[in-house]
Design a protein around this ligand. Structure first.
Ligand code: FAD
Length: 567
């Protein structure tokens, strides 16, 4: 029953782990002054955002007040700007730098637009958000709907802008003598470029996540599937739980391989529903007619279907809740949740466990990574917890761990400290008077006000940063929840209605006040905080249900919220 309840609560979400990315601020700024990050690594992995972030980073450099002076006094061998990576974002940055007449260098380790060039043949391209037009760099039009024509159109824009690319691989950014020094790891002579500013647009391609087990470096371990027919009749293990893993497993089994799909979680919930369906179908019936017509993963580079099979059907063995522990010449050992190790015959392994940001590059360059703990971060975290505990304790009207004279509310009130010293003005019962009176008698007001302000400020910042219709709607909804039912109604609207006698002069108003804002024993209808229950359904907010005397209004409403409205 608990398992069913957990399932009903969608306890499996959010699936996956939080991705580690460098900490990026406005216009790609990092903690290393002068180094900006653009493209996929700055947050949203979409083409239009790559153009936008690339162009914006250069526009921001141009608006830095010290940049013109630094340019005019720098040595001749120092570039104004070095851009690392000639993907969509790096090219967009270069186009903006070219337009501004900067002396820049664009360094690319493999090929221009390498991520897009590696998309599967004929891949349809979605240029979201539809209404967005990047403020500079590569633009997208009708020709952007298919990989091949997108590449041609982007190349045309590069040629028209006259962008030049230098071959090289940069592994870290160092600062010395007031300028950035970038060593080309591809050059034996230690070729070094110097720059006043650096824009990093190296994307995530090539940084496939590792299994981290012995034997991983063998040739038979791969992270791209080119032709599934090569594996007909062979024993193949696919590791992973996303679309790449599912599509590889389907393509291989459909073409006659004996596939084992190993995934560390006990449920396959990350791939698209149609891929999950095909995996389950094959696991039940190896002869099922399935196909991967248009692989969505760029790691599965050809379409595959059971019609391509020439020999015996393959099979798909699902090993959920397992992970490989070691790989040998002819086997893979996997371990289940019970700790038991199983040996599985093996000719090839496809490690399809996602990509990760090139974190080594950033760590070596001293760029902060989200979630990396530094001494400063630990001190900041402790200080934050202390301030929050203090604020919470101040509004809780309780002694601290039962120790006498530690009720902060009482101490602050008796000493006349903030917020108890807020001057109250305005006409009795009026809006201003009610707000100031609530603020000066209940520290909860200040707490809720601060909390609401933080949510609104962060919300606006988030909407500005992630300009997608989804994020906008989601964030506005969350902001509205906090502002209206959790602040305006309990702290301003209900107190005003109360002061104007709405809850005590009979009729519907009195019924409402006594039903939802009283203590259930006929007390004054001034327990405005109970209004949290309108939005925080039981059991999120228990204080309206577990009361000294039953408050029937809340019991009935809580029941309807939890068992009718939410389901
Ligand atoms: C399978 C797949 C499908 C996608 N489909 C879509 C879609 O339909 N619509 C959409 O909007 N977006 C899509 N995207 C996302 C889109 O491709 C990316 O947002 C975009 O390519 C990111 O551009 P970028 O410049 O950040 O990085 P990239 O395009 O990855 O470019 C980074 C460049 O840096 C180079 N590089 C890396 N390390 C170094 C180094 N150390 N030194 C020098 N150069 C280096 C690389 O060789 C590469 O050329 C898809 C992505 C994938 C993987």
């Amino acid at each position: 029953m608990i398992a069913r309840y957990y399932h009903w609560l969608h306890g499996k979400w959010p699936a996956g782990t939080i991705e580690k990315l460098p900490v990026v601020g406005e216009d790609g700024q990092t903690n290393v002054s002068g180094v900006r990050i653009v493209g996929d690594l700055s947050g949203v992995p979409l083409l239009k955002f790559s153009s936008e972030t690339g162009a914006r980073a250069v526009q921001a450099i141009l608006s830095e007040s010290s940049f013109p002076d630094e340019r005019s006094t720098k040595a001749d061998d120092v570039y104004d700007l070095v851009i690392i990576g000639a993907g969509v974002s790096g090219i967009s940055a270069a186009m903006e730098a070219q337009k501004a007449g900067l002396r820049y260098l664009l360094v690319e380790a493999s090929q221009i637009f390498s991520t897009v060039a590696n998309f599967p043949k004929g891949k349809p391209i979605f240029t979201y958000p539809t209404e967005m037009a990047p403020s500079g760099g590569i633009q997208y039009g009708e020709r952007s709907s298919i990989k091949e024509s997108l590449l041609q159109d982007m190349q045309r824009q590069v040629d028209e802008a006259g962008i030049e690319i230098t071959n090289g691989r940069i592994e870290k950014i160092q600062k010395s003598g007031g300028v950035f020094q970038l060593v080309n790891a591809n050059s034996k002579e230690g070729e070094t470029w110097k720059a006043l500013r650096v824009v990093v647009g190296i994307g995530r391609s090539g940084n496939f996540r590792k299994l981290g087990v012995p034997g991983e470096s063998m040739d038979k371990v791969m992270n791209r599937l080119h032709d599934p027919k090569d594996y007909a009749g062979k024993h193949v293990m696919v590791v992973g739980g996303g679309d790449s893993a599912a599509e590889a497993a389907i393509a291989l089994a459909a073409c006659g391989a004996n596939v084992t799909l190993s995934y560390r979680k006990s449920e396959l919930n990350r791939p698209k529903p149609e891929n999950v369906e095909k995996v389950l179908e094959l696991a039940k019936d190896p002869c099922a007619e399935v196909s991967v017509d248009r692989p969505s993963s760029e790691r599965v580079t050809t379409a595959a279907s059971s019609e391509m099979r020439e020999g015996k059907p393959g099979c798909l063995n699902l090993e959920l809740g397992t992970a490989p522990t070691r790989i040998t010449g002819d086997a893979v050992f996997i371990k289940g949740k019970d700790g038991a190790e199983t040996e599985i015959k093996n000719d090839a392994v496809f490690a399809m466990i996602g990509r990760e940001a090139p974190l080594d590059f950033f760590r070596k360059s001293k760029v902060s990574i989200i979630g990396d703990w530094s001494v400063k971060a630990v001190i900041g975290f402790i200080a934050f917890m202390v301030v929050m505990a203090f604020l919470y304790h101040l509004k809780a009207y309780k002694t601290f761990l039962g120790i006498e004279n530690t009720n902060l509310w009482q101490i602050f009130a008796s000493k006349g400290w903030f917020p108890f010293n807020i001057p109250v003005s305005g006409a009795d019962g009026g809006v201003l008077h009610t707000i100031l009176k609530t603020a000066s008698t209940d520290p909860g007001f200040t707490f809720a006000f601060l909390y609401t302000a933080i949510i609104v400020i962060f919300g606006i910042k988030r909407i500005k940063r992630r300009k997608t219709a989804y994020v906008r709607r989601q964030t506005l909804t969350l902001m509205a929840f906090q502002v209206i039912p959790l602040f305006l109604i309990p702290y301003i609207i209900f107190p005003i209605l109360y002061n104007n006698g709405v809850f005590s002069s009979g009729g519907l108003g009195q019924w409402f006040g006594m039903t939802f804002l009283s203590d259930g024993q006929g007390g004054d209808p001034n327990q405005f905080w109970r209004a949290f229950g309108f939005i925080l359904a039981w059991p999120l907010f228990i204080y309206n249900i577990f009361t000294e005397a039953p408050i029937w209004g809340w019991i009935v409403l809580g029941f309807i919220q939890t068992f009718v409205i939410i389901p």
